[in-house]
Ligand binder design. Structure first.
Ligand code: ADP
Ligand code: MG
Length: 919
């Protein structure tokens, strides 16, 4: 019988594995939006998003509400790694009846404790009375927390039932009570500044006006906060006390019940309720069943009732009663005293098992209860005690293993190294607790290496740390905001950019001002967009993008099909003579014609030539300047189409009829126009940025003719080159500009396009490192390297739900050893830079659509923008941010966006096709 009892109290290893799996499942359920109400492990977000780093400094007040008392503490931290915090505390007994009285009375009492404590401990002449004293409130009841300083009480427990508190924000209740203390009971004092803003209090009389509740927490998180060590933060805490609980730092994006998506957040698991859905039924013994039935909450907190020290003595008592009935124990002594609830305390149990030598302790305990046990009885009682407490430790370890494995998995690590803070009566009272916790969790989660650290005074010192960390984070946020502030554009800023763009567009279009306008507004001589009736075969050339290509484009009723070939232009030819360059291009064309078996055909050819040109006709364009590494001699100022025709002559190729030259923006508009006749705008946001649109001919001062429309290549990258954008340029933009090959030029492009965003981010990161906001101020030489931070990193880093581990991996590639907080900051920087780019682009586009709307005399414009460019296409938020801005700034325009596929190939062919159709 003894053996059977012992066996029932021993959970086999494979069952522990199973339980670990169940725990992880329930944790996931608790974190998910859809299922969290059904989860037994509640996984409550705490809004604590960082752990101490040792720089915390200052005075922090803590008030802790306990079962029958209130404890107040004043903790001073010195920024010395938290090695020697100074603490003063005072305990106040709670008056009778307050726990069941009115809520207001409870909070008034707590506020009085704070007030009295402060009067006794702080010197009013010491320190500036302008400074706020931050207070952390330890409130160990189940709350729905929505901010660090906002928590609605869900339900009372532990004998509390004060009226008028459930459903209210307890932080506000406490703050109001504290304010009332100071205001002489007139109930005022709602003028508290948010702790995130500044520390100047609006009250001037009385010292208590300086107290501000900045954090609410339960005791578990405090435990975690006291156990960080140099270089390794503590990110898990286990409280093995009368009850049992655990908290850990989860990836914030997984905590779906909180809005925070960046970084990590401490989650209070409330794992005591694990098993309330029956998951643990097969390991629950008849003794546990009796304990549960005699408890105040039968059927609830099943896990806690197996592991909490409140219950261990009772489990042993019921086991002893059972064995006595079965005559396996106490056959020679009267054991009826055991029927009395609570006679066999957990302390007895712990004394018995901690005593290594023999059974003297058992004997002493049983004698105290008036029993006369035999030697055999004593041995058996000792075995039962060991089994019950050993099981509690083992189950704690299993829960912990679930947490550790979950952390390791969600951080996508092969191995997790982590500090675990431990605290509580059972941990302190049972000598072998830590050993079991360590060995069993290692066995169940071999991929995790936990270092266990005893926590001291989690609910006191720890609570002060929570408060301190919250303030450190708030201060950091303020500094970060300050650095990023110049990048943040207001609605008014954007409206101004829109107006300036309108102005520059007008100047570019008008004959008299065209020459000096920063937005060139080049006529393209493309006067029609496709209408879908175009048919035939066309040749297309694409020069000036990432590759040089020759294409054969087949435009038919069923759609457009293409064949193409990529050719290399060797640097020697890019930088040689113009003749050699165009000869090479012609060789490539002829090679393509041979491969396509079309040497005998003469096809219309469209030429996408993505360099700035002064166009004088659809097939006549003077090269203004080479860019992108080209410098072939004898071309600038020449007609590019003519140069191509000359080469055809030299090579004896008569199968070409060059019809049109366009740039990539126009090609993009035309390609999208084939699918959507409303497409009358082209936009590029890739390496560079540019736009084109269909303007009324009568407004184009630089070309004769009044009728119809013409596509205008805006060359808007140069917007601002006359200084009109200087007001919004930041220090970072200026530094980036100075290091380019064309300082002072392409100002708008340098705020918007892929070639520059990474560089802007890099400049900001360097400044933040200097200000000690990043990498704990350690300078990193790699960050000094130009272009090391590519624009594609912005896309990756800003991807919502991307684990911080992956961000860190990117950063590690750059030899940046980032903490997870660094990664969070990094994401903020990237967001600020890409948001501004998208907003500016949206403001530019708003100018274009409003211009079209007004010139056409419409109250409402419906138009489509054809877009190309990798930044627009691949960045996770760029397009959405652009469109939002556009909607705000041009409310009367209904703008759709169509992504172009191969605009420069298809588009050139379509320009040729439209020209042929028009002809
Ligand atoms: P181009 O403008 O030269 O014709 P693209 O439209 O492909 O070519 O743009 C290339 C530019 O896009 C790169 O220079 C880079 O700045 C940016 N880029 C590349 N990958 C990404 C990405 N994943 N997210 C955002 N931007 C990117
Ligand atoms: Mg391109």
């Amino acid at each position: 019988q003894i053996q059977r009892a012992l066996r029932s109290l021993t959970v086999p290893l494979e069952r522990l594995h199973l339980m670990k799996g169940h725990m992880i499942q329930d944790m996931c359920r608790g974190l998910s939006h859809e299922t969290h109400t059904q989860a037994k492990v509640r996984m409550l977000p705490t809004y604590i998003c960082s752990t101490p780093n040792g720089t915390e400094k200052g005075n922090f007040l803590v008030v802790e509400l306990c079962q029958s008392l209130v404890r107040t503490l004043l903790v001073t931290l010195y920024g010395d790694g938290n090695l020697s915090p100074q603490m003063v505390y005072k305990i106040f007994d709670m008056p009778e009846g307050i726990r069941q009285g009115e809520g207001e009375a409870l909070f008034d009492f707590i506020a009085q404790c704070v007030s009295q404590f402060l009067a006794e401990t702080t010197n009013p002449n010491n320190g500036s009375s302008e400074e706020c004293l931050p207070l952390g409130f330890v409130f160990p009841f189940t709350c729905r927390q929505t901010q660090l300083d906002k928590a609605e009480l869900i339900s009372w427990s532990k004998g509390f039932s004060c009226s008028g508190v459930v459903g209210k924000d307890v932080v506000q209740l406490l703050q109001a009570a504290i304010n009332k203390q100071d205001m002489g009971g007139n109930g005022g004092g709602s003028r508290w500044l948010s702790p995130w803003r500044g520390w100047k209090s609006s009250h001037s009389n009385g010292q208590h006006s300086r107290v501000q509740v900045v954090a609410l927490m339960n005791d578990t998180v405090g435990t975690m906060m006291t156990c960080s060590t140099e270089g390794r933060p503590c990110e898990v805490a286990v409280v093995a006390d009368k009850g049992s609980n655990c908290c850990f730092m989860a990836e914030a994006y997984l905590v779906e019940t909180a809005e925070e998506t960046s970084g990590r957040m401490c989650v209070n698991t409330e794992w005591g309720c694990f098993g309330d859905d029956g998951t643990l039924n097969d390991i629950i013994t008849p003794y546990d069943q009796c304990v549960d039935e005699e408890s105040s909450n039968p059927g609830e907190k099943r896990f806690e009732k197996l592991v909490g020290s409140l219950y261990l003595g009772e489990i042993v008592r019921h086991a002893l009663i059972g064995l006595t009935t079965e005559k396996a124990l106490f056959t020679e002594t009267n054991a009826s005293i055991l029927k009395e609830k609570g006679v066999f305390t957990t302390q007895h149990v712990l004394d018995i098992i901690n005593n290594e030598d023999g059974t003297t302790e058992v004997k002493r305990v049983l004698h105290l209860l008036g029993m006369q046990p035999s030697e055999r009885d004593c041995g058996r009682v000792q075995q039962i005690c060991r089994a019950v407490v050993g099981r509690a430790a083992t189950l704690h370890a299993t829960g912990l293993a679930a947490i550790l494995s979950y952390m390791c998995q969600t951080r996508e690590m092969e191995q997790l190294l982590v500090n675990v803070g431990v605290e509580g009566e059972l941990y302190q009272g049972f000598k072998r607790f830590e050993e079991i916790l360590q060995s069993v969790s290692r066995l169940l989660s071999p991929e995790c290496m936990a270092t266990f650290l005893p926590s001291r005074d989690g609910s006191g010192r720890g609570a002060a740390m929570v408060t301190a960390v919250a303030l450190r984070m708030a201060a950091q946020r303020r500094e970060v905001d300050e650095v990023l502030a110049p990048l943040r554009l207001t609605r008014a800023d954007l409206e101004q950019v829109q107006q300036l763009m309108r102005q520059e567009m007008e100047r570019g279009l008008a004959k008299s001002t065209h020459a000096t306008a920063s937005v060139r507004m080049l006529p393209t001589f493309v006067c029609h967009t496709p209408d879908g009736t175009e048919r035939g075969d066309f040749l297309a050339l694409d020069l000036g993008g990432t590759n040089f290509r020759v294409l054969l484009v087949h435009v038919a009723e069923e759609g457009i099909s293409m064949a193409s070939e990529i050719y290399v232009i060797p640097p020697a030819i890019m930088q040689g003579t113009g003749e050699a360059l165009f000869d090479h291009i012609m060789d490539c064309i002829m090679d393509f014609q041979r491969k396509q078996n079309m040497m005998l055909q003469t096809l219309p050819l469209g030429f996408t030539f993505s360099f700035p040109c002064q166009q004088v006709g659809l097939d006549k364009a003077l090269l203004l300047t080479w860019t992108k590494g080209f410098s072939a001699s004898g071309c600038v100022g020449q007609d590019v189409v003519h140069l191509l025709r000359e080469a055809a002559q030299r090579k004896g190729n008569s199968g070409l009829q060059v019809v049109a030259l366009v740039n990539d923006t126009v090609g993009t508009m035309m390609a999208c126009g084939y699918d959507d006749p409303k497409c009358e705008i082209g936009l590029i946001v890739g390496t560079g940025t540019n736009a084109c649109y269909m303007e009324e001919m009568r407004n184009v001062g630089t070309v004769e003719g009044e009728l119809g429309r013409m596509c205008i290549n805006m060359e808007w990258g140069a917007f601002g080159d006359n200084g009109c954008l200087d007001r919004i340029l930041t220090h970072f933009d200026k530094v980036v500009d100075e290091s380019t090959i064309n300082p002072g030029k392409q100002r708008f492009e340098k705020l918007v396009s892929g070639m520059y965003l990474g560089e802007i981010v890099r400049q900001i990161l360097m400044v933040m490192t200097e200000k000690q906001l990043l990498f704990q101020g350690r300078s990193c030489t790699k960050l000094q390297t130009r272009n090391i931070f590519q624009t594609k990193f912005l896309s990756t880093i800003e991807l919502n739900g991307l684990a911080l581990r992956q961000i860190r991996a990117i950063l590690q590639e750059l030899e940046l050893d980032a903490s997870f907080e660094d990664s969070v900051l990094m994401r903020q920087v990237c967001q600020a830079v890409s948001l501004r780019a998208a907003q500016l682009c949206g403001a530019g586009l708003a100018a274009v659509v409003e211009n079209m709307q007004e010139k056409r005399g419409l109250t409402h414009l419906t138009v489509t923008v054809g877009v190309d460019g990798t930044l627009y296409k691949l960045h996770p938020c760029f397009s959405k941010n652009l469109q939002n801005t556009l909607k705000e700034l041009a409310p009367n325009c209904n703008v759709s966006f169509l992504l172009s596929e191969d605009g420069s190939g298809k588009g050139a062919a379509l320009v040729a096709a439209v020209a042929c159709r028009a002809a």
